[in-house]
Design a protein around this ligand. Structure first.
Ligand code: PLP
Length: 414
């Protein structure tokens, strides 16, 4: 046997499987978020204004419906698209809210709106397609697009314009590879509501450039100061190119039930339903019964929660005014996106110091695909007295940081 020259195994060996997986999708696991959660776990009396999980309980009649359904055997798979009576109720609710006409087979119930988002990208984005996403914006969109092999094209929005996403700004980011436009309306993290007149312009742009539109309206019922969410699918000619994503987590305080849905014309929903079946088979049966109760039961619970978030929003805005921190007045959702650059620190450093010294947790905008590190997202998911206390603690830290920056002179804080 002649001996063959051995290849230089160190140079030629492919990277190990785990490394290939890690680079397949840019999993922007935020070490800062993990660090903050670790620090918070070691502290007492932290006021958490970080996550987007309502502190309010699911209304009692919805819980009761879930309990009853379990007692009656809702422990099996349902129809993959969701229980027919729930899909009918969703179609009715979309119509009642001005979202247009859908048949139940154009509605697919998913395990949270989150699943709808991933289903949409996996079904509709082809490798190399460009997907337009506002920045800052809900970060899971980036992950979903990248998993599908697409490319995220972020459109920066600015405090000076109320973080409004405009058709003009989107137009500047279009290329021949542009395939999809994502609207998050109202926005997480800024609370911005796209004005109806701008939705019309964005719709016209999407039609002109043959873009599919994803309209995430999960915060659509939590709006303030007479703001109005215009469902893009309701505009003439738009239903055929739009997927509307919505759910029960925010308006009905049902995050843990994991139930949401998308509404899309048959040419989209058929393929998307297959992927949904592959991912989840169906949304949890018990949660579908609870969601049915949410839609068909009294709606005053939604209004009560909306008012509560509005009170908290006003408390926090007044506190930020006192602190001299700017923000764009949020018209929807339950967040305030505040500019902390006047403290002389980056938002990431500010959040760490606020947690360590003030025992208040909020997340820096860099976790939301922001293009700068000047902003913090404040979740208004604590009762008013806690929001007031958090604001007092924040004010003390802001004061100290501003004084230090002043004392250090003009070169500091750059
Ligand atoms: N869409 C947006 C804009 C969100 O902010 C969230 C959650 O924070 C989701 C979707 C996911 O919602 P769900 O709990 O229904 O999966």
């Amino acid at each position: 046997m002649t001996s063959q020259p051995q290849p230089d195994s160190a140079a030629a060996a492919p990277p190990p499987a785990w490394q290939r997986f890690a680079s397949r999708v840019a999993i922007k696991e935020s070490s800062l978020r993990t660090r903050m959660l670790d620090i918070a776990a070691g502290l007492k009396d932290v006021i958490a204004l970080g996550r987007g999980d309502p502190d309010l309980d699911t209304p009692a009649h919805i819980i009761e419906a879930g309990q009853k359904a379990l007692g009656k055997g809702a422990t099996h798979y349902t129809h993959p698209l969701g229980m027919p009576e729930l899909r009918r109720a969703i179609a009715d609710s979309i119509k009642a809210n001005g979202g247009g006409d859908y048949t139940p087979d154009e509605i697919v119930v998913t395990a949270g709106a989150q699943e709808s988002m991933f289903v949409a990208m996996l079904a509709l984005v082809e490798p190399g397609d460009e997907v337009i996403i506002p920045s800052p914006g809900y970060n899971s969109y980036h992950q979903a697009v990248e998993l599908a092999g697409g490319r995220c094209v972020t459109v920066p929005t600015h405090e000076r314009d109320g973080f409004a996403l405009t058709a003009e700004a989107v137009a500047r980011h279009l290329t021949p590879r542009s395939r999809m436009l994502c609207l998050i309306n109202p926005s997480n993290p800024t609370g911005m509501v796209i004005p109806p007149s701008e939705i019309e312009k964005l719709a016209a742009l999407a039609a002109k450039h043959d873009l599919i539109v994803i309209s995430d309206e999960i915060y659509g019922r939590l709006v303030y100061d007479n703001a109005r969410v215009l469902p893009v699918a309701s505009l003439p000619g738009m239903k055929e190119r739009t997927i509307t994503i919505d759910g029960f987590s925010k308006a009905y305080a049902m995050t843990g039930w994991r139930v949401g849905y998308f509404a899309a014309p048959r040419h989209f929903s058929k393929a998307m339903a297959e992927i949904h079946h592959g991912l989840a088979i169906c949304a949890p049966a018990v949660s579908q019964h609870a969601a049915l109760a949410a839609l068909t039961g009294p709606q005053d619970c939604v209004e009560a929660m909306r008012r509560e978030y509005d009170s908290r929003r006003k408390v926090m805005m007044a506190a930020l005014d006192r602190m001299g921190l700017s923000y764009a007045r949020p018209d929807g959702a339950f967040y305030v996106y505040a500019n902390v650059s006047s403290t002389g620190a980056s938002a990431s450093d500010f959040c760490l110091r606020l947690l360590q010294e003030g025992k208040v947790m909020m997340f820096p905008g860099s976790l939301f695909g922001d293009h700068c590190d000047d902003y913090v997202r404040i979740s208004l998911l604590q009762p008013v007295p806690k929001v007031e206390e958090a604001a007092r603690r924040m004010e003390a830290v802001v004061k100290a940081m501003k004084a230090e920056t002043l004392a250090a002179g003009p070169a500091s804080g750059s």
